[in-house]
Ligand binder design. Structure first.
Ligand code: R5P
Length: 351
């Protein structure tokens, strides 16, 4: 059985853009059921001829290095862009390669200056469409605005939906991100009408921890319930047990961490979380582990946002080392997500 991915809701058919074809099962978005939070390998298989044409990877100014690594891993061309700023602050974007009839992957992570990087990405994708690209896969490793995925107070903008609409409107034909945290919607395929996948860097972070941190009698900890899938993926790499902590509000000003029944005495702890921002969550959780006799404490995260003072805060709480990825380039970005993205592209394009 063959049918178009997202056939019922996909706009690519209307714009003449190629559409991914699936075999075996309808995309869950179209079934009206909850999609899985992480991309399932083998969900798409190769069909459209247009996807067999040459692929080119472009990197916006937030992700030039990462785009280069993705291109190298895919053995694809790393296309050239000219990006500059006019005196009034506007961005200028020019694509220096011929993109007609090519499958283009655009990598742009939305960290630190997300609004500027979003505008660049919109200009780029719209130009790619005008210039006749066959398909445009937007790879946004750190998806800013994802957390505002509901209207909590009357009148609020639901930013994650706005971002998705913008990307689709300018002509993205598929979308990928890494370990994005949609608290209520669960999965990016609930936000986009085009095929959208949430990849995970956790297996690579787990592998890094195994090879470089060498934790003894490790226990992998998700600092809250939502971090369970990440802790599970890291634990698998370390062949270790995993658990999640629960926050208990004991008064209006005091929160306690319930570490559960797992034994920490004499064991190394490896935290796994999507984002480390202020470092407060990890610091608080690390103290709870130390109280229970944990030995060394490490923290792994996909997106090292690292607000000012975050590393210091965690160090003071006994965290020996913090390891992140290059979705947000930083001093702790020891792991590149390039292989994860390349694998995601290969699988969705059937290469
Ligand atoms: C929360 O839901 C996230 O998964 C992270 O735990 C959170 O963003 C970490 O923030 P911070 O480092 O500021 O505690």
């Amino acid at each position: 059985m063959k049918y178009m991915a997202d056939e019922a809701c996909n706009r690519t058919g209307q714009t003449g853009y190629p559409t991914l074809f699936c075999t075996g099962q309808l995309p869950e978005r179209c079934q009206g059921s909850r999609a899985s939070s992480f991309y399932l390998p083998g969900r798409f298989s190769r069909v459209p001829e247009s996807l067999e044409r040459k692929m080119m990877v472009l990197g916006g100014s937030a992700s030039i290095d990462l785009a280069g690594k993705v291109a190298k891993t895919l053995n694809a061309k790393h296309g050239e862009l000219e990006i500059k700023r006019f005196p009034d602050g506007e961005k200028y974007v020019r694509i220096l390669d011929d993109v007609k009839d090519q499958n283009i992957v655009v990598v742009q992570s939305l960290y630190r200056n997300p609004d500027e990087y979003i505008m660049e990405l919109l200009l780029l994708v719209d130009a790619l469409r005008d210039l006749g690209a066959s398909s445009i896969t937007g790879v946004v490793p750190y998806l800013a605005y994802a957390r505002q995925d509901a209207r909590f107070k009357p009148g609020e903008a639901v930013s994650s939906l706005t971002i998705a609409k913008l990307f689709e409107t300018v002509g993205m034909t598929s979308f990928m991100t890494v370990d994005t945290h949609l608290h209520r919607l669960e999965d990016v395929s609930k936000v986009f009408h085009i095929p959208a996948h949430n990849l995970s860097a956790m297996p690579l972070l787990g592998k890094y921890a195994q090879e470089n941190l060498n934790p003894k009698k490790p226990v992998v900890v998700g600092p809250d319930e939502e971090a369970e899938p990440w802790a599970a993926m890291v634990a698998k790499e370390l062949d270790a047990e995993h658990t999640v902590f629960h926050k208990k509000r004991v008064s209006s000003t005091k929160v306690e961490i319930d570490t559960g029944d797992v034994e920490f005495e004499g064991r190394d702890v490896v935290f796994a979380d999507d984002i480390i921002s202020t470092g407060g969550t990890i610091a608080e959780s690390a103290r709870a582990c130390t109280k229970k006799g944990a030995k060394r404490i490490f923290a792994l995260c996909t997106h090292p946002v690292l607000a000012e003072g975050a590393l210091e805060r965690m160090k003071n709480a006994g965290v020996r080392s913090v390891v992140g990825t290059d979705t947000i380039p930083s001093n702790v970005s020891k792991v590149t997500v390039a292989p994860v993205i390349a694998e995601g592209i290969r699988k969705t394009n059937g290469n």
